[in-house]
Design a protein around this ligand. Structure first.
Ligand SMILES: *[C@@H]1O[C@H](CO)[C@@H](O)[C@H](O)[C@H]1NC(C)=O
Ligand SMILES: *[C@@H]1O[C@H](CO)[C@@H](O)[C@H](O)[C@H]1NC(C)=O
Length: 625
């Protein structure tokens, strides 16, 4: 079911909500669907501000095909909208004026494509013709595109186009294309092998003078590897997210990318991250591949001859002035020998099940300055996963079903301004907050689930990131012969828990039951008094990582007690619960007051401790321990 802090937008009779543009200055979410464009309130997408129909204009063809899927949505620098639709296999673009869309917008709504607006100039990766056979990376003006050659692009599936932030220092004058294609270099396999690639072109490229006229003279590509253990065939890139730290140089930017298996026998999706620095190093210094004849055929091998000067793809010389030698070289050898490896040479996250479809990454900074990258990943079945890196390892800390029925998430965006995520599918669009602390989870659960947004939300008290879960000790008084329940609430399914008393491990025994989230001590006696700690342990890179979750001081008390609580008690349970809750509230309130002035609390989610955090059968008094 839908959580109640989500918002849904869908319009009767409209489907395929697969393109989004955030307009944070005007607080709008522009949403492209089939035959319609909507402007929604960014704060609450269930509020429609405006809409425009984009009927199929070309009704001459087969009527059933006459659908106009909005595929491209960009804003120009003078705040005009640039929209392209498939328009019944006759793509059309519109500045709200009307323009031929061939080579910009796909003909076929099912064909993958990519586009980006760079200095009011549209870069697009799509097909140029109706059949979808001429696939190109093009720029609209001055017009320029890739050669139609299998060594340049071989049955590509375009994923995304990206540029890096403008910078005063450094030469960021390039546009990056992520895609997958049938590898020309692995001819030895019986079946064609698909590989993932990143290609790069120079923004200033206008084509060569005689060779490569109106073709990119800077187009280079390299293989991207996301090595998943045990998979034979390369994994295929499906979506990317560019992440840049505004305080750092653009070469420190990262590309997060989602990969899924090439063969149906695996259902392991992965996320790999690449640094722009590593990508550019391969293009700037790496070896090229070249085609050499072997017996009756040709194979691609590392090129060991001299590389012409200026080096192909370096963007330093005006493309019209490039010597023929450089142009011939790049025309025949756009592929690098070196493979781009992900950071850490392995995926950040791997997971079986519904395939990953899209990703956005958000950085959270804790009060101590520690920064966390939180990945939000959409899946084929409509689940949104939230994953965080702790001590070098990724954990999925939350999983939300966004749509009522399993429905692929096709587009995912987030807004810094609203702190909300927006996810689109064929069926509709859903808006969810990045942070759910204090909403779906209790404060403590949230800490235990290691959600850095908990620390993010805390402002009043000292802030602590949950890598070291803070605790405060509670006093528990017991009567001999009774039973005591000590809670160790953990909504984190990442951890295993153990109990210590006075520093010694508590072992399971007939009197000590260690349950999922509590310790039950039956028939308590003097010897049970002491300091109890519940520790949560997680494995990380082979090391055990431990945090204290709860601490109790168990002391003997010689006063009359309330009726004994039984774990599976019957008639008195209701009363006990009421009394228990009253007592617990009192304890929490007093403990709060007491510690407030003396100890900084590790979290603050404006939520009272719930009754489950502490419960025992005896009269309970808080107090200095
Ligand atoms: C969500 O649930 C909370 C309590 O569970 C309630 O106070 C709030 O009004 C609900 N919000 C909506 C939009 O239904
Ligand atoms: C559009 O949505 C419908 C379901 O409403 C789906 O069957 C169809 O495949 C979608 N079309 C595209 C191009 O994704």
């Amino acid at each position: 079911c839908l959580r109640n802090d989500t918002r849904l937008f869908r319009e009767e009779g409209v489907s395929n909500y697969t393109i989004m543009l955030l307009q944070e200055d005007t607080k709008l979410l522009l949403l492209g669907a089939r035959e319609a464009l909507f402007a929604l309130d960014l704060e609450d997408i269930s509020k429609k501000q405006a809409s425009q129909e984009y009927d199929c204009k070309n009704k001459g063809k087969d009527l059933s095909e006459c659908k106009n899927y909005i595929k491209i949505l960009h804003k120009t620098e003078d705040n005009r909208m640039y929209v392209c639709g498939t328009n019944a296999f006759d793509p059309e673009c519109d500045y709200m004026t009307g323009e031929d869309g061939k080579g910009k917008c796909p003909f076929d709504p099912y064909q993958r494509h990519a586009s980006i607006m760079v200095d009011d100039n549209l870069y697009s990766a799509t097909s140029m013709n109706f059949l979808g056979s001429e696939l190109v990376l093009m720029r609209s003006s001055p017009p320029i595109r890739t050669e139609i050659k299998t060594s340049w692009l071989n049955e590509p599936n375009f994923i995304s186009l990206a540029q890096l932030p403008k910078s005063d220092w450094g030469d960021d004058d390039k546009v990056y294309l992520f895609f997958s294609e049938t590898a020309v270099e692995y001819d030895c396999y019986k079946k064609p092998v698909v590989v993932s690639r990143v290609a790069r072109v120079c923004k200033g490229d206008t084509g060569g003078r005689r060779t490569l006229q109106r073709k990119w003279t800077s187009f280079l590509k390299a293989r991207l590897e996301c090595p998943v253990l045990g998979s034979q065939l390369p994994n295929i890139i499906q979506n990317t997210y560019r992440w840049c730290d505004p305080q750092k140089h653009w070469s420190d930017c990262l590309f997060y990318a989602i990969f899924t298996p090439q063969s149906d026998t695996s259902d392991l999706s992965a996320v790999c991250a690449y640094s722009v620095f590593d990508i550019n190093r391969v293009f700037a210094e790496g070896q090229f591949k070249t085609l050499v004849p072997v017996e009756t055929s040709f194979i691609w091998v590392a090129y060991s001859g001299e590389v012409p000067d200026p080096r192909p793809g370096s963007c330093q010389t005006r493309s019209l002035d490039l010597p023929d030698q450089t142009l011939h070289f790049i025309r025949d050898r756009p592929l690098m020998e070196d493979i781009i490896q992900p950071i850490g040479e392995k995926p950040l996250l791997e997971r079986r099940g519904a395939a990953f479809t899209c990703i956005v990454v958000h950085q959270v900074e804790a009060a101590d300055g520690q920064k966390f990258h939180v990945m939000f990943i959409g899946t084929e079945d409509g689940t949104l996963l939230k994953a965080v890196n702790y001590v070098g390892e990724m954990f999925i800390i939350e999983q939300i079903q966004l749509f009522q029925s399993p429905e692929a998430i096709k587009v995912l965006r987030f807004s810094d301004v609203t702190g909300q995520l927006y996810a689109g599918s064929d069926y509709g669009v859903v808006q969810v907050p990045l942070a759910t602390c204090g909403r779906s989870l209790s404060c403590l659960d949230c800490i235990l689930a290691r959600d850095p947004y908990c620390g993010w939300d805390a402002t009043v008290f000292g802030q602590e990131i949950p890598t070291v879960a803070g605790t405060r000790m509670l006093g528990v008084w017991f009567m001999p012969g009774g039973s005591v329940k000590l809670a160790c609430p953990s909504s984190s399914n990442l951890a295993t828990t153990k109990w210590e008393v006075n520093g010694r491990l508590v072992a399971s025994s007939p009197r000590h039951e260690i349950l999922q989230d509590e310790l039950l001590i039956l028939n308590v006696s003097d010897s049970d008094a002491g300091r109890y700690r519940c520790l949560s342990m997680e494995r990380s890179k082979g090391d055990q990582y431990t945090a204290t979750v709860a601490e109790y001081q168990l002391s003997l008390k010689g006063e009359p007690r309330l009726p004994q609580a039984q774990r599976n008690g019957s008639s008195t349970v209701g009363l006990q619960v009421v009394i228990g809750l009253l007592v617990v509230s009192l304890v929490a309130l007093l403990a709060w007051n007491f510690y407030n002035g003396h100890l900084p609390l590790p979290w603050n989610c404006n939520k009272k401790q719930s009754g489950k955090s502490y419960e025992s059968n005896g009269q309970e008094d808080p107090g200095p321990l």
